[in-house]
Design a protein. Structure first.
Ligand code: BTN
Length: 320
């Protein structure tokens, strides 16, 4: 029902409650209620007496056929059928659960228009209103979780490559894997391990990219979205094809070559390089200057002449 109404509103034109009720064969009260539900999902809907309902910006809904058609054939043939939801808790949680139940194969992608419990790093919430990118991919590695430290960094590079292919310029990465544009956060990545961290392990890589955030969204740091970064409006489906292809390619390469192969590329985008930072950990805050990343992908920070090495699991880094 919500999807049916959303598909009607997606054209950005006015639709009267009466006409919608007739077309969908439901009462006008039901339409009114559905508009409330869509607003809760983060959609900004104008209601004008005598004209009806309309969204502020045209919305391109997720379309599996378009996403698949734009993938390179070499990936199309290997990719398990993606899972697409109008609404789910978290695309990462869906895949983690599927892996636990052995229902999800390596390479499976999960997409959603909206997440009710979007998750970020360090137990934070990820605001997930309609109209942005929420994409996760499951991947099976033959080596143990210890070899996966650098994966977060490489996934950041994969996202930047997809954004560049979609026309974005001046992209930056903030260790371990935040996507930045001119000092503001454009997206983030959450890498989670399913199952046995000691043996061959399953991983879920979740990517959130802000495409067009509603004005009333609450985010506790400087942020931006693609509507401000790109000169023209982007097709979300095309961006997703670029993203899925890029994740797939970088995961395959990381499996074969490891982090060292990607480190020169990391240096190109690293916005923390030689910058003064505060490192916030659970029980302490350190201040120092970033030296770079080491061969394992850990952050090297010079604190009063002593080098500290930080793993991504616990630390949060703020530029001074
Ligand atoms: C961060 O910067 O803290 C990481 C954000 C990761 C958000 C994505 S959105 C798709 C996937 N599902 C989630 O619940 N989280 C990730």
């Amino acid at each position: 029902m919500l999807l049916a109404i959303l598909s009607k509103l997606a054209d950005g034109k006015f639709h009267s409650g009466e006409q919608l009720a007739q077309e969908l064969n439901v009462s006008r009260a039901r339409i009114w209620q559905a508009m409330g539900d869509l607003r809760i999902l983060g959609l900004e809907i104008a209601a004008v007496t005598g004209r009806g309902y309309k969204i502020f910006e045209k919305l391109e809904l997720l379309d599996l056929n378009r996403i698949m058609a734009a993938l390179p054939e070499s990936i199309q043939v290997k990719l398990p059928t993606p899972l697409i939801y109008l609404e789910t808790t978290s695309t990462n949680s869906v895949l983690l659960e599927g892996l636990r139940k052995r229902e999800v194969k390596s390479g499976t992608v999960c997409l959603a228009e909206f997440q009710s419990q979007g998750r970020g790093r360090l137990g934070r919430q990820w605001a997930s209103p309609l109209g942005n990118i929420y994409c996760s991919m499951a991947w099976q590695f033959q080596h143990s979780a210890a070899g996966l430290m650098g994966l977060s960094l490489v996934m950041g590079l994969a996202v930047v490559a997809a954004l560049k292919k979609s026309g974005a310029r001046d992209m930056g990465l903030k260790w371990p894997n935040d996507i930045y544009h001119h000092g503001k956060k454009l997206g983030g990545i959450l890498v989670e391990i399913a199952g046995d961290a000691l043996g061959p392990c399953d991983v879920v890589i979740g990517v959130g990219i802000n495409v067009l955030l509603p004005r009333n969204v609450i985010i506790d740091q400087a942020y931006t979205d693609l509507s401000q970064v790109l000169p023209q409006k982007i097709s979300r489906n095309l961006l997703l094809s670029n993203l899925i292809a890029s994740l797939y390619e970088y995961l395959t390469l990381f499996n074969q070559k490891g982090l060292s192969y990607f480190l020169p590329q990391w240096d190109e985008y690293d916005i923390l390089h030689h910058q003064a930072v505060h490192i916030i950990e659970e029980h302490r805050t350190l201040s120092g200057v970033v030296v770079g990343v080491d061969a394992q992908g850990q952050l090297r920070v010079n604190v009063a002449g002593v080098e500290h090495v930080l793993t991504s699991a616990r630390a949060s880094v703020r530029l001074v």
